[in-house]
Design a protein around this ligand. Structure first.
Ligand code: GLN
Length: 492
């Protein structure tokens, strides 16, 4: 039945959302459970189980995250050119499952090799599911942003559950169980996708589907084998963060060169849109560099400097740090979505560039709140989990002005044949964000026997600085909005 759906039938849906978005929502929800479950364990596991010192752990964390997001570019590229989005998702999911179970078998021994499977797996999975959401909409369909808003809630339901559960299991029961739980959930995610993918019609099929089957298989198998063969090299690069530096210095310029080559083949109007997309991408690097302190320095801050009382209830500060952002996204994404619709009706809705600028202003506000935690500390250097949580509320408002809108913009601004690559570029910016986040975080960290008071001072000083960077970027973006709007042409 649904197998025969054509693209037109899918895109001609009635109501607010295409039904396929719910399947992608569920699949992504489980994938993000696995991903954020792992992410939430990284710092704590490395510091407490692998006894990596705090500064080095910050860098190691950032290297892992940077590689994860850098591989999304490669995943997007291979999906566009060879596998198609669906096969990429399937392969990525399998690798993520393998990664979690490999670590679960012996966390201390297999931590790095398992992490490499997750890096490559997320690369194949993450950008391509977002691009598939974009394909459910016709160009110019005004319901697209709402679709990405909904999808973003799915991301965060998964992130909330995984972020909370895995680190709690690890800290309180067993790390084997914690890593295994991420793997089990990814199995659920992959099954969800397999059982629902028939309803996607032609969305996400291989770009080589008109090739001879033998030839197509050969390309596909080469991608599968290549992605396994790269693991040992990747492990060396991830473990030694100096190599991560070299990787980051080369991968960005090379991808830009490649992109310029692709852009040179486009019409003038398409080129202008791609330049606008690049402006969003470049600013997002700074956004994520500040935002992504969450898994790094804020994780260490939560481990040492926070009390465990939240509105009268005892709560693990690391679990709060991992989950509360998602909790606020789930609540506020609907409210913010409705606010945009209401503003659009009154013709006062800010355009995407100004929304990005607002994202930075909220981000700045949040980091000033993180800074203010120093004024609520007791004499031992432990401070308020409640003020910390309030900062997350403000950060979330900033994220909602930028992140789902960025995803949607990538699908609006790129021509179809480059949509996977551009989504990969969007996430590659997160890779650089993560990388820079690690540099910021490790500058703030105090190794050895530094007292909690010294740690508090050092981290909060850093947060004030980051608040200032965000403020400047927000003002700059709002100032250049008219210029970027011109490049975007009819895209809002
Ligand atoms: N929190 C979002 C997600 O996991 C965005 C992450 C990012 O782009 N850096 O999808």
């Amino acid at each position: 039945m649904s197998q025969e759906l054509t693209l037109e039938q899918i895109q001609d849906f009635k109501g607010k959302y295409p039904k396929q978005i719910w399947y992608l929502f569920l699949t992504e929800m489980w994938e993000r459970f696995c991903f954020y479950g792992l992410r939430g364990m990284l710092m704590v596991f490395m510091m407490t189980q692998l006894t990596i010192p705090e500064k080095a752990a910050n860098k190691q964390y950032a290297a892992i995250q940077a590689f994860i997001y850098a591989f999304t570019f490669i995943g997007g590229l291979f999906a566009d050119k060879i596998l198609g989005f669906r096969k990429s998702l399937f392969w990525g999911g399998l690798l993520m499952i393998a990664g979690s179970f490999i670590i679960a078998a012996n966390p201390k021994e297999f931590f790095f090799i398992g992490t490499c499977f997750t890096i490559v797996g997320t690369g194949f999975f993450k950008p391509n599911i977002s691009t598939m959401v974009g394909e459910l909409y016709r160009a110019g369909d005004s319901r697209r942003d709402a679709g990405f808003g909904l999808f973003y809630s799915g991301i965060n339901i998964g992130a909330l559950l995984g972020g909370w559960l895995c680190v709690t299991l690890g800290k309180q029961y067993s790390w084997n169980l914690a890593f295994a739980s991420a793997g089990v959930v990814m199995v659920i995610g992959l099954l969800t996708f397999l059982f629902t993918q028939k309803s996607m019609g032609p969305v996400g099929l291989s770009p080589l589907r008109n090739y001879m089957p033998g030839k197509r298989k050969m390309y596909e198998v080469a991608v599968f084998i290549g992605s396994l063969a790269i693991m040992p090299l990747l492990m060396i690069m991830v473990k030694k963060t100096d190599y991560t530096d070299y990787f980051m210095y080369t991968v960005g310029p090379l991808t830009l060169l490649y992109l310029f080559y692709e852009i040179s083949k486009l019409s003038i109007s398409e080129r202008k849109k791609m330049v606008a997309a690049l402006v969003f991408i470049v600013f997002s690097i700074l956004f994520w560099a500040i935002f992504e302190q969450s898994g790094g320095s804020l994780s260490a801050f939560a481990l040492y400097n926070l009390n465990d009382s939240l509105l009268g209830v005892r709560a693990d500060p690391n679990a709060v740090n991992n989950a509360v952002n998602s909790f606020f996204v789930i609540i506020f994404s609907v409210i913010v979505g409705l606010l945009w619709v209401w503003m659009a009706k009154k013709k006062i809705e800010p355009n995407s560039v100004v929304k990005f600028g607002l994202g930075f202003l909220f981000l700045a506000g949040a980091y000033f709140v993180f800074f203010s935690t120093r004024y609520f500390a007791d004499s031992t250097g432990k401070t308020s989990l409640e003020i910390f949580t309030l900062a997350y509320l403000v950060i979330t408002l900033g994220e909602l002005c930028l992140s789902p809108i960025g995803l949607s913009l990538m699908t609006k601004l790129s021509p179809k044949k480059l949509s996977g690559v551009m989504m990969g570029m969007w996430f590659l910016a997160s890779a650089y964000g993560q990388y820079v986040a690690g540099i910021f975080g490790s500058e703030m960290a105090e190794d050895g026997n530094a007292s909690l008071l010294v740690k508090l001072e050092s981290y909060t000083d850093g947060y004030k600085q980051l608040g200032i960077y965000a403020l400047v970027a927000g003002i700059a973006l709002i100032a250049i909005a008219p210029l970027v709007r011109k490049l975007m042409q009819e895209v809002k």
